[in-house]
Design a protein around this ligand. Structure first.
Ligand SMILES: [Zn+2]
Length: 257
């Protein structure tokens, strides 16, 4: 593209991930669980060398996802550094980078089965910006301080409850990925309105862990985002981890940080 400049992307180990993807369906299942609508959020460890699949088994459901280094939670997913290198939409072979000073890959996307059918130009699923829904945001929707969406049933509260068993608190949350949510960027306003999701039952996204990760997921009360919040019930999601038996050599930072 003429007269356009891009932030450089560090070299990507394409051969490793092509080989991994060629064997993706053969890996033994390590763990599988369902996060119900009632539980609404859970945190768990994904070990280096494992893949993690998040499946909308019963249909479209927005999932908010946070990632920390399991051994030092000061290092966490940095969406701003990730999107400048990789783009704003999650896609295969995208790397999810950690916060400074490390700025190294935490996970790499290995699969996305959602078939995108944009209504507005450029609309896509799974984006790296936008963070999580929260009490203040929902208040301006329902205008009721006692409403469950304000008091506890929102992604901020779901994620905060999920990380408590790991000794983390709300201040440890970071701006997260928005999985299975579909939006476009309005060129005039710069806003990112949502449009109906194309997610079908059984669609999933999958990640390869490049380090031991603490992952937190929230089942968003917005459900699929296809309808108003009180017109559609959220759905449970299934989380599966697999032992790939493949370890990508640790990322080498050119500055040695
Ligand atoms: Zn939410």
């Amino acid at each position: 593209m003429q007269d356009a400049w891009y932030v450089p992307r560090p070299p990507f180990p394409q051969a490793f991930f092509d080989e991994l993807n060629a064997h993706r369906t053969e890996f033994p299942l390590a763990e599988e669980f369902v996060i119900s609508v009632e539980e609404a959020g859970r945190a768990f460890i994904v070990k280096r060398g494992q893949t993690m699949r998040i499946t909308c088994a019963e249909g479209a459901q927005i999932v908010d996802m946070c990632i920390w280094n399991a051994h030092d939670t000061r290092e966490r997913f940095a969406n701003e550094y990730s999107l400048t290198r990789e783009g704003i939409w999650l896609q295969r072979d995208m790397r999810l980078w950690s916060s400074l000073p490390k700025l190294r890959p935490m996970m790499t996307v290995t699969a996305d089965t959602v078939k995108n059918k944009p209504v507005h130009p450029g609309a896509r699923h799974h984006y790296l910006f936008g963070a999580h829904c929260n009490p203040q945001g929902w208040y301006w929707v329902v205008k009721d301080r006692e409403h469950p969406l304000v008091t506890h049933n929102n992604c901020y509260c779901n994620l905060t409850r999920a990380i408590a068993p790991f000794g983390l608190v709300a201040a440890d949350l970071h701006d997260n990925l928005n999985l299975f949510m579909k939006c476009f960027v309005d060129a005039e306003s710069g806003l990112h309105p949502w449009e109906p999701s194309d997610v079908e039952p059984g669609d999933y996204v999958e990640f390869y862990a490049e380090m031991d990760c603490l992952v937190a997921l929230s089942v968003c009360p917005s459900a699929s985002g296809r309808k108003a919040h009180d017109e559609e019930a959220p759905k449970p999601i299934t989380v599966s981890t697999y032992d790939t038996g493949r370890l990508l050599p640790e990322y080498e930072d050119p500055l040695g940080s």
